[in-house]
Ligand binder design. Structure first.
Ligand code: FE
Ligand code: FE
Length: 241
């Protein structure tokens, strides 16, 4: 795990993220539906991502089912199913360190509460005064939607699903790996009112993302129709990736 973060923290500079955004955000890599993307992820195996020990479809359904059983609203259950689909980035040749793991703002000081924060010592942005002050390129209270985040599956999927989901659902997807904020309370100086309110949803969601693992695999074929129905009229049959 530390090896993955050594790569991640050394390479996630503001310039790197901007380059990745320019590379991917025309969304012209592939056309796939939700279930096709889910199936494509099955070919991924990696020891450094705890989520990937389990077939991705199991992780998706277990997260969604745990939320549903606890009476979560449909939009949050849908987030459970969809939240990790951005890992298809691996299929496009991205290394694991640029896909999975915690996310954090770039363009300002890295907070010590980010996991393995000592590894940021190898990041070139820390020696650029403009990018390493407390606020860096941002203003106090600017709101996370104006902040550039490290490149990974959250930010990518947010862009893929942006035309289809509500702002709250997109928020959960976009920040679900921002543990420094939703678990540790870091980066609140960049929060706007909306972030203070909605980061709580992300923290709630995270408990299901992390702790929904069950011993018996869920019956995929049996559950799939329920989720097809849930997404019907919300997510089109084919998405642009
Ligand atoms: Fe994730
Ligand atoms: Fe997950």
């Amino acid at each position: 795990m530390r090896r993955l973060y050594a790569e991640n923290h050394a390479h996630q500079t503001l310039a790197f993220v901007r380059e990745k955004q320019a590379q991917y955000f025309p969304l012209r890599r592939a056309r796939m539906g939700v279930w096709e993307a889910m199936g494509a992820l099955e070919s991924l195996v990696d020891e450094s991502d705890p989520d990937l020990e389990l077939p991705q479809i199991q992780h998706a359904l277990q997260t969604a089912e745990a939320l549903r059983v606890d009476g979560a609203p449909d939009w949050l259950v849908s987030c459970g199913l969809l939240h990790d689909l951005g890992k298809v980035l691996c299929l496009f040749g991205e290394p694991q360190w640029a896909v999975v793991g915690d996310t954090f703002p770039v363009g300002c000081a890295f907070d010590a509460r980010v996991v393995y924060a000592d590894l940021f010592a190898a990041n070139p942005d820390v020696s650029d005064p403009a990018l390493s002050s407390h606020l860096g390129i941002y203003r106090e209270g600017c709101g996370l939607d104006t902040v550039t985040f490290s490149w990974g599956h959250d930010e990518y999927l947010y862009h893929v699903l942006r035309p289809y989901l509500t702002d709250e659902a997109l928020y959960v997807i976009r920040y679900h790996s921002f543990y420094a904020a939703h678990r540790e309370g870091a980066y609140e100086h960049l929060f706007a009112a909306r972030d203070r309110e909605w980061m709580r949803h992300v923290a709630d969601f995270s408990r299901y993302d992390l702790y929904s693992k069950v011993d018996e695999p869920l019956p995929v074929a049996e559950l799939r129709p329920r989720y097809e129905e849930l997404l019907e009229g919300v997510i089109p049959p084919t998405l642009q990736w």
